[in-house]
Ligand binder design. Structure first.
Ligand SMILES: [Fe+2]
Length: 587
């Protein structure tokens, strides 16, 4: 059933691609800021990721004029205050956050302090900022918080052992760069814990009180991506496809819970972070299975749906029988079958309960792969659980509890904590069939500046078109379509037009001025280098259009219909280059 009201917005421009951070300057050509404050941490710098970003900006209009690289795993008031002072002192007009959730959350709050000034406590709350903050870019290096796509930030107040929550639309970064290579150096334990954080975001927003069609859709696909990739990403760290899937899942789950919220698991985990400094994703992974029993009354059907993604059949026999007997329109049979619906209700509940088992099993497999802790003792509570009363109180005060589908009582929180503290689970080995060979799909070295000037372009591409024209079979698709098409090239600037509507061979291929004076039905503007890749059959045109690397004008659909007929030309182009002794340009 749809809710009475829902809303959706994502002002953040999201760009995904392997190696994208290394060409940041190109990706951010129109970015409004010029003097960047880079916010990151020492591990990121040590792993060489900060250097990748700095090198990626070379030659662009953005300069990193100050770096704050001391953000701890749980950022605190002192950190954001220091970093904001550094940014103001260096007259920074933009921020780049490079790191996990703590770094990206910190950058949001640093931005707030740079624009609005301190002290921080004065800004605590939600939706207090009416004006814009400085433009910002987020580059996540973990796959969990989804902070690049949320309005939230959490900063520790160490003096009072609590987490300070902030929620501001203005926090949403202008650009998020999702580059799987930037998550490749993440240790397995962090991959496991942060991945479970993303899974918790998806599950909690799917069952939460603020559920809506947008977060539902995002949550379900997130859960699918995580179930299919988390073991792989932990076991085979250099599998960039698995890394990319987890990074995407984390981002999608971020958008989901930005709209659907989280619940009891996060309420308890925030407290575990504040009081016992247990890493957020790890705390979530331990608490998550227990939340299902607590929310069963209202959310069984939704948990059962998630269990299906984890591999349950989703078959409900009475529903099936109902569907069949409905065709006979027999009142008595329908009455009898409707009585049986209790069987399906029972099944829904069993399947929902099975989800808890499946989540424990996932944790146990992660434990076998990387030592992912399975209870709160192993997660870091070494004092005999002395602070459980403080934990319960802190958890009950957490705003996330308000969005939980079932009311959260003191006893419920205490029971979950005690069970999560005492439980003893064993590792479960991951079978070979559950893992795939690594698919690294690294960034292929690309040729650049292939045509040194327009003369070279007309010589190579222009002559190639003449070769195609000379073969009636190859030229037939254009002739048959009668299409008039023009390619406008950049770097170097040049134009070539093809006219399928005329039988006059001398007018079928036009270059330079003649091409520019031509009146085409459709034209494409693209870089000359991209055209070179296109004629090798190496450009996904739909993706290139989406990335605005190819700009179309006119009747695009007419031209696109020709695409399947171009296959033979993709083979001919490299052959042609070799024939002309230009083999070094063939890909
Ligand atoms: Fe979280």
């Amino acid at each position: 059933m749809l809710p009475d009201y829902y809303q959706f917005s994502l002002p953040t421009k999201v760009r995904y691609g392997i190696g994208m951070a290394s060409r940041l300057g190109e990706e951010l050509a129109d970015f409004p800021g010029k003097r960047a404050l880079l916010v990151t941490d020492k591990t990121i710098v040590k792993a060489g990721l900060a250097k990748k970003v700095i090198d990626g900006l070379k030659g662009s209009s953005i300069a990193i004029v100050a770096t704050y690289d001391d953000v701890p795993p749980n950022s605190e008031i002192k950190v954001v205050t220091e970093a904001a002072d550094l940014g103001v002192k260096n007259k920074c007009d933009m921020l780049i956050a490079l790191g996990g959730g703590s770094v990206i959350d910190s950058a949001k709050v640093i931005n707030l302090l740079m624009v609005k000034g301190g002290p921080l406590e004065k800004h605590m709350g939600a939706q207090l900022i009416k004006d814009r903050l400085l433009p910002s870019i987020a580059i996540p290096t973990t796959s969990g918080t989804g902070s690049e796509a949320t309005q939230f930030a959490v900063i520790s107040d160490d003096a009072n052992s609590v987490k300070l929550p902030f929620a501001e639309d203005a926090f949403l970064p202008d650009v998020a760069i999702l580059d799987p290579e930037m998550t490749q150096t993440m240790p397995s334990k962090v991959t496991a814990a942060t991945g479970m954080d993303a899974l918790t975001h998806a599950i909690e927003s799917y069952v939460g009180s603020n559920q809506n069609p947008v977060s539902d859709a995002l949550s379900l696909y997130t859960i699918e991506l995580i179930t299919q990739n988390i073991l792989q990403a932990v076991a085979v760290p250099n599998d960039l496809n698995a890394r990319g899937a987890m990074l995407t899942a984390s981002f999608l789950a971020g958008v989901a819970f930005n709209h659907g919220g989280v619940g009891i698991v996060h309420g308890i985990s925030h407290a575990l972070g504040g009081v016992y400094h247990i890493p957020h994703g790890l705390a979530n992974s331990i608490i998550l299975p227990f939340s299902i029993k607590h929310n069963m009354e209202s959310s069984a059907a939704r948990y059962a749906r998630i269990a299906q993604i984890f591999g349950d059949s989703g078959f409900y026999p009475v529903q099936e029988i109902n569907r069949i007997v409905a065709q006979f329109d027999n009142f008595t049979i329908n009455q009898v079958v409707s009585q049986l619906s209790l069987v399906d209700d029972w099944l829904v509940k069993r399947r929902a309960e099975s989800l808890a088992q499946k989540l424990w099993m996932l944790n146990q497999k992660l434990n076998a792969l990387c030592g992912h802790p399975l209870n709160l003792r192993d997660a870091g509570i070494k004092d005999g659980f002395k602070k459980i009363d403080q934990l319960v109180r802190t958890a009950l005060d957490d705003a996330a509890m308000l969005n939980n589908p079932e009311p959260v009582t003191e006893n419920a929180v205490r029971d979950i904590l005690q069970e999560a503290y005492a439980q003893n689970l064993k590792p479960v080995a991951v079978s070979k069939s559950e893992l795939k060979a690594a698919r690294t799909q690294g960034t292929a070295k690309k040729l650049k500046g292939i045509f040194k000037d327009d003369t070279a372009l007309y010589d190579i591409l222009g002559t190639y078109f003449l070769k195609v024209q000379a073969d009636p079979k190859l030229f037939a698709p254009l002739k048959d379509s009668k299409l008039k098409i023009r390619f406008n090239y950049t770097s170097p600037d040049a134009s070539i037009a093809l006219d399928g509507s005329t039988d006059d061979k001398s007018k079928q291929i036009l270059r330079g001025e003649a091409a520019r004076a031509f009146n085409p039905e459709v034209e494409f503007t693209l870089s000359a280098d991209m055209s070179h890749y296109f004629w090798h059959g190496q450009v996904n045109l739909m993706q290139a259009l989406a990335r605005k690397e190819v700009l179309p004008k006119g009747n695009l659909a007419r031209a696109m219909r020709l695409l399947p007929l171009l296959e033979p030309l993709y083979e001919l182009y490299p052959q042609y280059l070799r024939e002309r002794d230009l083999g070094k340009l063939a890909l």
